[in-house]
Design a protein. Structure first.
Length: 253
């Protein structure tokens, strides 16, 4: 097995980024992005034309967002941005950190989707929300969702899926583990069983992610002045009864 000694590897966004379109194909995102677009239009107090997507990854949500909005997207991984640009040449892609980026433009909508999982400290969650607020027009919507919540974490939750493209077959395993439930971090460990023409190579990859109380999210957003409406993110691929809180945050006019 090929491993690294680094604590927070995130190889999925580096040397293993090429696997992303295979293990998480763009078609998997059409349903959820359609839901997000619908909620944005329903709750915005202004006409919605422009959207800023912070932490866009490989651009799979942008593939659907671009049908409804003029999209500008940002990511901290050059490898993921390369994939996104190839998939969505119409989108304006930029390199940057959602905690600190400052663009000379305001947008009708700002979204942060599963990339917000990588925010591991309350002060950085606050910094990220400030970035959002400063880039959002009054009356506009910030949409995000909360994947992990303190007190609801499923210890050692493990999933496995197999995907193929041409002569490449990848079995992808994810294990989530929280070594210290009193702090705001948990670890997601990925194992990749990659067969190219039947020849097997095995890779491991460790990601450190953030976990907070839902009331922490709500407190930080409301302190900035957002009106927060909660909804449920349900998907046809989720286990029956499973959902994540969607936060629809409206900036005052």
């Amino acid at each position: 097995m090929k491993t690294s000694s680094r604590k927070d590897e995130r190889r999925l966004y580096g040397d293993l980024a090429w696997t992303w379109p295979i293990i998480s194909p763009v078609g998997n995102y059409i349903e959820e992005t359609g839901l997000f677009s619908k909620l944005i239009k329903e709750h915005s107090k202004i006409e919605v034309k422009t959207l800023l997507h912070l932490g866009c990854g490989g651009g799979h949500n942008d593939y659907t967002f671009k049908k409804y909005f003029k999209v500008t997207s940002l990511d901290i991984s050059e490898d993921m941005l390369s994939l996104a640009k190839k998939l969505n040449p119409e989108v304006n892609y930029k390199y940057g950190d959602m905690r600190t980026i400052r663009l000379e433009e305001r947008f009708d909508v700002v979204t942060i989707l599963d990339s917000i999982n990588y925010i591991k400290a309350v002060e950085n969650l606050q910094r990220t929300f400030i970035t959002v607020y400063e880039h959002l027009k009054p009356g506009g919507v910030f949409l995000t969702f909360v994947e992990q919540i303190t007190g609801q974490f499923k210890q050692n939750n493990t999933t496995c899926s197999t995907h193929s493209k041409g002569d490449v077959e990848i079995t992808f395993v994810e294990n989530d583990y929280d070594p210290d439930p009193t702090d705001t971090e948990y670890e997601a460990t990925f194992i990749y069983f990659i067969r190219v023409g039947g020849k097997l190579e095995i890779y491991s990859d460790r990601h450190l992610c953030g976990i907070f109380k839902l009331k922490t999210w709500l407190k930080l957003l409301k302190e900035l002045g957002f009106k927060v409406i909660q909804n449920k993110f349900k998907h046809s691929t989720f286990i029956k009864g499973e959902s994540y809180p969607i936060l629809i945050c409206i900036k005052p006019l």
